[in-house]
Ligand binder design. Sequence first.
Ligand SMILES: [Zn+2]
Length: 326
Amino acid sequence: MSASELSPSEPPAPPPLPDTADVNLLAALIARGENASSKRSSNTVLLITIALFVGLGGFYWGWHMVLYLLVAIALHEIGHVIAMRAFGYKNVRMLFIPLFGGLATGEPRESDAAKNAMVALAGPAFGLVTAAAAIALAYTLGSPPMLVEFAWISLLLNAFNLLPLVPLDGGQVANDTLFSRYPVLELIFRLLAVAALGWLAFALQAWVLALLPVFLLISTPLAYRRACLIRDARLDPSWQTRHLDLEAAAMLRAIVATLFKSVAPSAYEKKLPEHAHGLWMDIRKRFPGPGRTTALLAAYLTLCLIVVPVIAMLLVVGFESPVFAQ
Ligand SMILES: [Zn+2]
């Protein structure tokens, strides 16, 4: 042993001080993980969006139609909300988008593609169950037009949402089970959805619907770059066991900077914690194995190929076609 090893003449150099940006980001990421839901504001948003949905929808579509849609959309979204609550999602919220539809949002505690797919399936599943219940009630009550019309609207709404096109529920199921682990497949699936939704909007002359493929297309380059960065990060298996610490914050900040390298930092810095948190969740996302993938796709196909046609047949055979009086 040499003398220098026994009695070091200099104390070891202190580790370099962490960048304050990483310290701030870590604090923000931890806060995001712990924040409680603000129930009051979410109820206010829900009530305001219901009022706008009914007001604008009643003006354009007629009052009968908007009330059927309101109930059918609410039941569909409640299906998503029940599943999110069951899986322990945080900040579960529901709102209406005037002239468009509804939205249920929530933040999962862990990123699990199978759970995402189940949440996506739960909306149409619950919506179709309530449409079937309306049909059963209509049979026993002597076919009141209100229930038959509601069942039709609910059937069409839920069948539309089952189309295998992102961002519809059917598209999310297909993406979470099959495509989202491969950026190129996800990109192709997304572009097919843009084309199909664009064609659908044109065929139905539904110009509000045309906004969907436009937004989808505009956000595609960023989504693809992000998916590639996530795939590259997933090649490092230590991400799966890593704790949310300063090193992780620094790495996430670097990935966000790469993602937005073509724009000035001031353009994304405000939303840095949001982007970093999204990456943190998606890099660590778990995907279902062959068994669970098959089960999820079987559930999806059962809804599309059995439940929807059976409800349509019950309506066609059991009742006169509705007039949808305004
Ligand atoms: Zn839905």
